[in-house]
Write a protein that binds this ligand. Structure first.
Ligand code: PMT
Length: 211
C-alpha cells in the first residue's frame, strides 16, 4: 500500500523567537512509518519538528506549522491508499505573528488566538476509497470523545490514547491505546512499545484492505 503518515507537533510562531506547540516527540508516528516501510509499504512521512532520524526507505516531508502540514497532506493524498494522522497538530495559532521579537517590557499581556484548519475535517470530502486513521489524545472521558472525533472527522479507525498516563502518549517509548472502528468494533490493547502499537494498527489497516 502507499501510506501517508503524519507525526510530531506543529509550531505556531508568535514572533521570530517564540512559538506555541505541544509535547509530541514524533515517536508514535515514526514507529508507524518504520514498521510500515519494513513491511514493504511505500511510506511518505510528513513530520513536524522532532529530534528523530527518518526511518530507512521512508520519504520525509518536513513541515513546521499546521497550515504547512495541511498543504503537504493535500499534495500527497492523491498518491496514497491510506492516511494515518498521528501528528499532534496545534489547534490554535496567534492571530498575528510579530515581525520583530516582542520586548518583555512593552509586549502584550494577552495573546489573541485563532483556530488552525482541522486537517482531517478539511480533507474528508477527498477521502474516496482511501482508509483514514486518526488518533484521539484525551485526558478524560476518552472513549466518548474519541467516538465523537471518529464520526466528526469521517474516519475508518480512531486510536484512542489516554495521554494522562505517565507510561503512555507523549514522549515515552510505550503506549496504551484503544482501537475504535467506524463499524462499532472496540479493541483495548495492553501497554506495549510504540513499535508494537504501530504493528497492531498496521495489522488492522492491512486486514481492512482485504475486507
Ligand atoms: O509524538 P509522541 O510523543 O510519540 O506522542 C504520540 C501522540 C500522543 C502525539 C499520538 O499518539 C497522538 O495521540 N496523536 C494525536 C494527537 C492529537 O492531536 O489528537 P487530537 O485528539 O487533538 O486530534 C484528533 C485527530 O485529528 C488526530 O488524528 C490529529 O492528527 C487530527 N487533527 C488535529 C488537529 C487539527 N487541526 N487537524 C487534525 O487533523
Amino acid at each position: 500500500m502507499r501510506i501517508l503518515i503524519t507525526a510530531g507537533p506543529t509550531r505556531e510562531m508568535i514572533d521570530p523567537v517564540r512559538f506555541l506547540s505541544n509535547r509530541s516527540s514524533g515517536k508514535m508516528g515514526y514507529a508507524l512509518a518504520r514498521v510500515a516501510a519494513r513491511r514493504g509499504h511505500v511510506v511518505t512521512l510528513i513530520s513536524g519538528p522532532v529530534a528523530l532520524r527518518p526511518p530507512p526507505k521512508v520519504s520525509l516531508v518536513a513541515v513546521m506549522t499546521a497550515d504547512e502540514m495541511l498543504s503537504a497532506v493535500k499534495r500527497y493524498l492523491s498518491r496514497c491508499d491510506a492516511l494515518i494522522m498521528a501528528a499532534a497538530v496545534a489547534d490554535w495559532r496567534p492571530r498575528r505573528v510579530r515581525a520583530q521579537k516582542i520586548k518583555k517590557t512593552t509586549g502584550p499581556k494577552v495573546l489573541r488566538l485563532e483556530p488552525t484548519a482541522d486537517i482531517l475535517k478539511t480533507l474528508r470530502t477527498k477521502k474516496g476509497r482511501r482508509v483514514f486513521i486518526g488518533f484521539a489524545a484525551e485526558t478524560e472521558r476518552m472513549l466518548v470523545r474519541a467516538r465523537r472525533k471518529l464520526a466528526e472527522k469521517g474516519l475508518d479507525l480512531i486510536v484512542a490514547n489516554d495521554v494522562s498516563r505517565p507510561d503512555a502518549g507523549f514522549e515515552v517509548d510505550t503506549n496504551q491505546v484503544t482501537l475504535m472502528e467506524a463499524s462499532g468494533g472496540v479493541r483495548v490493547l495492553p501497554l506495549m512499545t510504540k513499535m508494537k502499537v504501530a504493528a497492531r494498527i498496521l495489522d488492522w489497516l492491512e486486514a481492512s484492505e482485504r475486507r
